[in-house]
Design a protein around this ligand. Sequence first.
Ligand SMILES: Nc1ncnc2c1ncn2[C@@H]1O[C@H](COP(=O)(O)OP(=O)(O)OP(=O)(O)O)[C@@H](O)[C@H]1O
Ligand SMILES: [Mg+2]
Length: 486
Amino acid sequence: MVAEGPQRRRLRLPEGYDPARHGEALRSWVRQQLGPSWALEMVDLVAGVAYARRQVEVTELEAADGSAERMEVRLASGTRPSDAERVAARLEDQHPGWTMTAFDPWLGRAELAKVPDGHRRVRAAVATALGVKPWDVGVEARPGGGYRLRLPASYMPSRHDDRLDEVATSVIGSLGWYVEADPPHLRAEVIPGDPPTFPAVLPYPFGALSETMRLSVGHCLGRSGAELGPEVALDLEANPHALVSGTTGSGKSVALWAIIGGALRAGWQVAIVDGPKGGVDFAAFQPACFAWGDSLERAAEVVKAVYEEGRSRKQALKASGARRWHDMAPGHRPPPLMLVVDELTSLIIPEPVPKGVPKDHPLVVEASERNLAKAEILSALGKIARELRYVGVSLVGATQKASTATGIPTELRDNMGAHFLLGLRPSESQRRLALTHPETVPEVPAHLAEDVAASRGVGVYELDGAPPGVLKVYWATPEDYMAHAR
Ligand SMILES: Nc1ncnc2c1ncn2[C@@H]1O[C@H](COP(=O)(O)OP(=O)(O)OP(=O)(O)O)[C@@H](O)[C@H]1O
Ligand SMILES: [Mg+2]
């Protein structure tokens, strides 16, 4: 039996009541006679009665002049958190044009407001991104464009900021829009902006102080418009080795210039190896170099010499009792040493030895000798990357990789902790070869890739201890760098 009470009324059905024909009329009669908070609950045709139930009680309209933007609703006692969807649907149905903007069953209240359609869409998108209900998020217009958000208590910057940025750029606005959050106050602003881009040239910051173990490479893409992101630098104390990959003409050699230039400026010893091209891209650096390898044979010698130098440093380090090179007293340690290898792949991938030719034929002898030199280079590079991590020796390589077959061994790549992949539209397989975690590294945005000037020297990076991103490499010529070498 259904009990009557302050929240429930029993109604006698008129003679000849037919639910199919009179149901709608009865429902509106209930609302008109008992008030908008009442709804038909059930009809008992056998007993000839119907029950109406008081769902909610509208107790307060904030503005009395009829232009109310907000009203407060008292929830029926016993309303539970899980009733939110149902209550919202009913309230919004009973008050067309109004939206439930707060739901607090513990305090027995809800709130309705007139929310413009655009704001409802923003609210839904933000709520989905944060994994909450739409009424847990507040939206209002932001002076100057965009939106102001009230965030739920469950908001956590580390978990939600990426998702909010995604909503800002892909649902609410477009590329270049961004979110500025104020976590302590649970507030955020969604701010409109133009798609982020780079200038045609990013001059190397010769005016900035040089730090020995932190070498500037370029700038990260900003959030919006021409605003630059933070500087991207190699932290060679945290990770002494780096690998620059990219297709031909993508800016690998220019990136090596920046690293070599920074190293010379900071007082490093630099050894340069570039067999295939005979060192033409680096000729201007030669006078400042500790060692120079512009042929395969010389390259093998230089790489082995650097390894031997590193080993003797390791002995000295041991004898000094220090754990790492930079823990040694400055007067008692040699300057850090950087081995730069351009066109790395062609120095380590063996070439085919002609088949069906006598073993002592000059062609076979020559190929075998070259392959021996390559094997020595690969072995020494592997040992430098693996064994000489904290002795003040850095290995910086550049490579153009076309396929897995010509890629550098995964172990060597992973030991060269900092990864740059220059170029605008690398294939999936290039990304897999160049990066350890390609799935976490963003891609160069299409609008930037299409801009010939802005996209020169642009690519992506993956560094230890910093989020991956899109960067543009600094520009200066080897002569500029030489003018600033120590
Ligand atoms: N950071 C940059 N800023 C401006 N222009 C750049 C930048 N990097 C590269 N360029 C332009 O692109 C050209 C090619 O660059 P670079 O020689 O470094 O490419 P690469 O990847 O070494 O090519 P390759 O595979 O042929 O050696 C440069 O001569 C320069 O004009
Ligand atoms: Mg090059």
